[in-house]
Design a protein around this ligand. Sequence first.
Ligand code: DGJ
Length: 727
Amino acid sequence: MPILFDAERRVFKLDAKGFTYAMMVYRENYLVHLYAGAPIPDTDLSYLMYRGWFDSLSPLNPQVEDPNFSVDIQPLEYPAGGAGDFRISALSVRGKAGDAVTDIRYVSHKIYQGKPALPGLPATFDREGAAQTLEVETLDAVTGVKATLLYTVFEDYPVIARSARVENTGDSPVNLERVYSACLDLPTMGWDMVHLYGRWAKENTTVRHPLQHGIQAIHSKRGMTGPNHSPFLALADHTATEETGEALGMSLLYSGNFAFDVEVDTRGCPRVLWGINPEEFRWRLEPGEAFQTPEAVLVYSANGLGGMSRTFHHFYLDHLCRSQWAKKKRPLLINSWEAAYFDFDDDKLVEFAKEAKALGIEMLVMDDGWFGNRCDDHRALGDWWVNEEKLKGGLSSLIQRVNDLGVQFGIWYEPEMINPDSDLYRAHPDWAIGVQGREHSLSRHQCVLDMTRQDVRDNIFQQMADVISQNNIAYIKWDCNRHISEAASAQLPPERQGEFFHRYVLGVYDLMDRITTAFPHILLENCSSGGGRFDPGMLYYSPQIWASDCTDPIERLSIQFGASLCYPIASLGAHVSASPRAGLETKGRVALCGTFGYELDPRKLTEEEREMVKAQVADYHKYYDLIHYGDFYRITSPTEDPFLCDWAFVSPDKTEMLFTRVVMRRPPNVYQPLRLPGLDPEKFYTDEDTGKVYSGALLQHGGLDLSSYGRNELSDGDSLVKHFVAR
Ligand code: DGJ
């Protein structure tokens, strides 16, 4: 049984594969956190609730009759604010008396097989019966607010999925002011925070720094996740490397305003909270109403950050990406954006398809510019009817011509947006998000549609469904090119405007759910000015996300390495473009560390380049399973090493490795074999290129001799690959 309740000690013990988590119900029904880490067999863990010294200024509940117990210093499962715990709190409810004191205590629990879906939200799932769930019910006796804490343990992964459901069982309305998805109270601050920051064209840059006393946080309040921070945080012990040491990975299945807050108290005990950003959030619960938080995922790794990432990769492909394309071979595509921008017509696209077909490419994606009078980015968002001046003969005729060449067809949408210069805006100006009496700020000349509204979603769904159902469309790129300002909905009463941002995200999820349910055959790729909404909430609907508008292969290294901390390689949208830095060979190798595709004018390729593209297409097929379903090892980090970037994919049975090196800047001539992780020391591997045989032990401990390649001969932007196969 992965979840045990020791009734005598009132201890809950959750045993995922390679990960133990424990909490207990203490006197007066306080729910106290005990442990999260490496597997342990014991259940008598109650002494773990005492951490550091007692602070004499901390409030005591006399009924507890324990002079060492105070909610201000004990580790708590889901701390609430105002009743003696002065650290950051996960829950804060303002009741009818106007105060925000919240004091939740254990009431009951249940344990059952499987994993519940979360209404209206993306959530991990259990298709194989490999999960068990614990629901712990807690109650604030004064307001009647019930908080049910959900924990799902996955037997096949060191993962626990958590969320909270808050219900108003009282007789008066209450306002939720903070309602995080999870809390983790740890005993020591010997951890580094590892997280991802960025901006447009520079998403997912890894940063690592030690925890400090006080509060440190990663937030979004853009209405979307944004490229600035990812809803992901790892704590790695100070000595942890890619392959050794402990790491705790925390991820949030949410695409809106999020917060990861870490407070290290005076005793050096960190508290981590992650969930919806409480800034600009307030949710009114009428009696009988309930609120479900987004899901938080917690991963434990005893094998460093690399082990943590591999767990996320496999777990998200198996238990989060619900698309039929998650583990089905995806078509190799070419996208029109960087090849043509807005300057295309049906004939040009057919020429692209013809050239692409000759190269072995399987799908043409028509990007922005096919609808309304969209001749540039100033107009037409919201008018999802086909521009027949550009696509003469209409969309069906174009798709037929492309399909006749043996090429599938994909299309671009930006469903959440509206330009003031559009028929939709002229008909429904109130559908754009805005505050009465204030000017709309524009970004890329556009406004955001009020996705909290059913009528808006119905309209966009119908416009999309009309096009999709009448045409042979195999793929959609769902773009989103601005964030939300002047946030308010014309349909929400003043006392509910604090709900706007979360309702917006629920609206987007609803529309994505409707599109993917109505057209399950469609491969959906998310995008937000590049990788601006690269988050696990989106992965639930779309198994791949365009990682960045930066297609420079050297810059892409840090973007893809960073994203790989939490997101599967199979989800990282990566294309070969005409970007001038580095040759076609390196561009192909970098894009192969992602979904792989093209984003260039195929008519402009030289004969030599065409041959190389054909070879890359062959590699895409040859290494598809290894890259999509294998284990990914980051070896030399492009943000840590000034010269080189190295990575490898190893097959699950360890019979195959694909190693890649990219020279960002030619290093000085030094001789240093590179140790390759992940291989079976007992197996013997043949270098496919040279025929030389190595034991896994030699490659792992002695290293691979790259002196005649990288260190001496490869120059800036060059790369090499090595394919090892076990005999
Ligand atoms: C931003 C995306 O990231 C690009 O790939 C492209 O689709 C443009 N939008 C189109 O407007």
